[in-house]
Design a protein around this ligand. Structure first.
Ligand code: 13P
Length: 288
């Protein structure tokens, strides 16, 4: 199946009270693990690409070529969206040009008027090409690709203004942060989430910083309108732990010479396990 916009899968998720996982990709092994797991579990999936990861993978056209090739050669039948994560205005335009099926324009660091103006322009471009677009209000805390946010709670009225521009999905800060949560984290603000959902109605809401949020909070967030949950750090941690274990056990020294395919295999399997666990928690298994 060719790449699809995330619109239909998220509309169904919001109506069916489950969430589609966005798993960020960094290389061929991660991409393959995520696609094979989605296919095995018959789950829709969103592949997230940060601007930094896009550069690392030789640019957006390489990413599009790799993902399209895998969809065909791995016989992937479940809906897959290729989505720019936390894109700049220029990054979003470059991904649209390169063949992504979905983009996020993160204008949360601009004054709201400028965020609205830029989001509006990109909504029109995406609409004309049948692509989905995510906007953000209220910055998500923590650090991602060198961008540091403070984890604020979005203003529900501003969320409504941005949702009304015709975006496909809306990321709103509700105290969530990227990376590991600190010991003294106050938790998600369900009061804010509830207020945002009341103002934005059917709009699928996006929860960033999906790593390390307790299961009961994930379930409550889904019950209050979250239809897409982003996970990145947890895949990084499981990949690193499995690779480290393999090397520390001296397994990379066995046999003749050094085989990079064997070295990366335990990490790739660890990502499959993490993705499976998340898809089961988010309720997207069997929803393709
Ligand atoms: P984590 O790295 O905390 O899982 O967050 C991922 C994310 O929100 C990507 O946009």
């Amino acid at each position: 199946m060719a790449l699809v916009s995330a619109k239909e899968m998220l509309t169904k998720a919001k109506a069916g009270k489950y969430a589609v996982g966005q798993f960020n990709i960094n290389n061929l092994e991660w991409t393959k693990s995520i696609l094979l797991t989605a296919e095995e579990l018959k789950s829709p999936v969103i592949l997230g690409v940060s601007e930094g990861a896009g550069k690392y993978m030789c640019g957006y056209k390489t990413v599009v070529g790799m993902v399209n090739g895998m969809l065909e050669e791995l016989n992937i039948t479940v809906p897959v969206a290729l989505h720019l994560d936390h894109g700049s205005y220029e990054g979003a335009k470059a991904c649209i040009e390169a063949g992504f099926s979905s983009v996020m324009f993160d204008g949360s660091h601009y004054p709201i008027e400028e965020n609205i103006a830029k989001t509006k322009e990109l909504v029109a471009v995406c609409e004309s090409k049948g692509l989905s677009i995510e906007a953000e209000v209220g910055s998500i805390g923590g650090e991602e690709d060198g961008v540091v946010g403070q984890g604020e709670c979005a203003d529900p009225e501003e969320c409504k203004q941005v949702a009304d521009l015709g975006v496909t999905m809306l990321a709103a800060g509700i105290g969530n942060i990227h990376g590991k949560y600190p010991e003294n984290w106050a938790g998600l603000s369900f009061e804010t989430l509830d207020a945002i959902q009341q103002k934005t109605g059917d709009m699928p809401l996006v929860l960033h910083g999906g790593t390390g949020i307790p299961e009961d909070m994930i379930k409550k967030a889904i019950s209050l309108g979250v239809a897409k949950i982003n996970v990145n750090t947890e895949c990084q941690l499981s990949f690193a732990a499995a690779t480290r274990e393999y090397i520390e056990a001296g397994k990379d020294q066995q046999g003749k010479g050094f085989d990079p395919r064997k070295l990366l295999a335990p990490g790739a399997d660890a990502i499959k396990a993490t993705v499976k666990e998340k898809m089961e928690l988010f309720g997207s298994v069997g929803k393709a």
